[in-house]
Design a protein around this ligand. Structure first.
Ligand SMILES: Nc1ncnc2c1ncn2[C@@H]1O[C@H](COP(=O)(O)OP(=O)(O)OP(=O)(O)O)[C@@H](O)[C@H]1O
Length: 229
């Protein structure tokens, strides 16, 4: 389980996260929702140890981030992550050399799943294909937790559907996923848990199934209530 407790982060004098606390479990998809600038990416970067924070605790399977814990987790940003001059095939070889926990069988399966070709050059990929390559590179590493920053942002409906299909396939396996988004429509059915953020704070944390069965509300219903209050 990933536990974020009372995370507070400042950029200069500006406080961008204020006592953010939530948990994300293995085998579940947890979604951090909030409009641009609420602190979603900063939260993921803090979990990955990529940005320092003022106070708070972040534990992964009860341990703070360290070299060993780092092996359990990967971060998929929303921009191209591989060198633009490489082809996808060359990027796969690079990743295989770099990561001891690289799963080439899964990488090739994802390549097929997304209809990507090894000869495609990273620099020439569409936004949708860039998102798919990023996802492929992240999912092909054997880790327990995957953090994805806006995997659905700015891409067409068919690419969004294809990416969403990965989350219901065996390719995700029993891993814990944290996704950030400001656009919930396409993925509501995939999400186990929701963290609603506003202005660097958690407004509400809930399980989608519980919310549906106990209060008869969809994620969008809850968002309307919380953000319009
Ligand atoms: N390196 C930085 N220096 C100063 N301020 C920053 C820096 N990075 C982010 N911020 C600010 O921190 C706040 C949170 O940014 P963050 O990128 O985490 O938001 P977000 O919810 O991920 O937004 P988006 O959906 O646009 O990616 C924003 O107001 C942003 O301008």
């Amino acid at each position: 389980m990933i536990e974020v407790k009372n995370l507070t982060k400042k950029f200069g004098r500006r406080r961008v996260l204020e006592n953010v606390s939530f948990t994300a479990e293995k085998g579940q998809i947890t979604c951090l929702i909030g409009i641009n600038g609420v602190g979603k990416t900063t939260t993921l970067k803090a979990i990955m140890g990529l940005t320092p924070y003022k106070s708070g605790t972040i534990l992964i399977d009860n341990e703070p981030i360290s070299k060993q814990v780092y092996e359990k987790i990967t971060f998929i940003p929303d921009a191209a992550i591989m060198p633009p001059s490489m082809t996808i095939g060359e990027a796969l070889v690079f990743m295989q050399d770099f990561y001891s926990n690289w799963n080439n069988e899964r990488a090739l399966e994802l390549l097929k799943f997304f209809n990507l070709k090894e000869e495609f050059r990273i620099a020439e990929l569409s936004k949708g294909n860039t998102a798919k390559v990023n996802l492929l590179m992240g999912l092909a590493i054997d880790v327990d937790y995957i953090l994805m920053d806006e995997p659905f942002s700015g891409i067409d409906i068919f690419s969004r559907e294809q990416i969403a299909n990965v989350f219901t396939s065996h390719l995700i396996e029993d891993r814990g996923v944290i996704i950030t988004t400001h656009e919930i429509n396409d993925i509501e059915h995939l999400i186990d848990k929701v963290i609603l953020l506003d202005n660097g704070s958690v407004l509400k944390e809930f399980y989608t199934e519980e919310m549906r069965s106990q209060e008869g509300k969809s994620v969008i219903d809850v968002m309307r209530e919380v953000y319009r209050a």
